[in-house]
Design a protein. Sequence first.
Length: 481
Amino acid sequence: MQQDCVVTMYSYLDFCICRMPISMQGHVFFYLSIARGPHRGDAWTHTHTHTHTHSSINVLFRMLQPQQPITGNGPSASRGLGLNVHPGMHPLNPVHPHSQHRPDGVPAGLEGIENGHDNRRDIKDILQQIMTITDQSLDEAQAKKHALNCHRMKPALFSVLCEIKEKTGLSMRNAQEEEPPDPQLVRLDNMLLAEGVAGPEKGGGAAAAVSAATSSGGMSPDSSLGHSDYKSKLSQIRNIYHTELEKYEQACSEFTTHVMNLLREQSRTRPVSPREIERMVAIIHRKFSSIQSQLKQSTCEAVMILRSRFLDARRKRRNFSKQATEGLNEYFYSHLSNPYPSEEAKEELAKQCSITMSQVSNWFGNKRIRYKRNIGKFQEEANLYAMKTALGATQSEESPHTPNSTGSGSFSMSGSADCFLGVPPMNGGQPPYHMGAQDAQSRFLERLYSTSESRTNGNWQEQNTPPSATSPGSDHSDNSD
DNA sequence: GCGGATGATTGAAG
DNA sequence: CTTCAATCATCCGC
């Protein structure tokens, strides 16, 4: 019953929407279906169908059931007119005891047959008008509406609606006031602001987001190309977001105005208080804001995808240049006994290799663990770099004017070797650099596999490698810390 | 396309 | 904080 009443209340709205331009109808029905929510009955979602019309008629039928003449005192639900309204249409209130009907089908409560026939004709007229209302042109419909408004039974219908509304507590529906702001929406807002999508100024936020991502991700400097691409994509997202937001706001205000006008107009034919109109507006705003939050969520997702695609360092991984790798390897193998560069050494390496300090740290971390894991594989590489270092040292002895030159010629790690030159050959058949590499390697392994000693280089040197001839003051700073 | 190499990330440990 | 160890994701040579 209550649902039918709701449908009745909406029916006029439905009727008016049917008269709208098609383009507007789509919007209105879309938003109304949202406004109604998923569990307010199915009739409304199947707009301007017979189901809907029938619901409206059924309610009217029920309201017109009282046997006594309608005087504005409201219906008596227990007595019906027993009208056969429409061929094929089921009476909605099946409880019509025969005892209450006269044998000729006229309800017993009617004051007179003629009066009853008049009423029946009136009702039939009204229902017929409603049934055919959607087949008419706008002008015709307006005329019919006017006729209905001026109908002599209209006040009775109005008061009946008032009573039903009061009885069913319809006016109290959705009476709950505005909820506090949704925390998730606040989070989305904050995120969009942080990403520079929802911010007031164009571009600044995006640049800030890029710089933030860069600083946190430790990206290499040569990724500025990606940044401009990222910025343009972010700007696209921002534009779409603002366009859509504007559209939603405009649609919201248009629709609100429209509904308010409709309700005001309807207040002439059915009880609609200004407070109810306000509440309806609030409901519409709430629903629109939920749509907006969906838009915000989608935008956030798009930004996240963009970020992961453009700014995630993993995706942007590039192998270091040959020169950089050579420099790092040189340092590593020449400090094989203690391949832990100090902050200063890292800084210098970073500068020389054109990478960041964190990349240097990563590289050494990876190198240590991978070297340790598979020493045999790196043996050849170790020998190669030991040879290079030895060669460099020899050259520096021969030509003291170029003391820092190395085999690679790319850059120097000044005097940094755990140099192998001073190591007395322990295996006569092998060249000195090899022995040096082995010695350094064994010390490195000692350190790696030692369990108790501290990681600090000083402790390690004290416990594992007493000052030896292998690196007599060779480490200018790196190994001494 | 596959598999190894490699740079980055993550979580635990100290 | 750094380092280790495991892992991921991409690169790159075959």
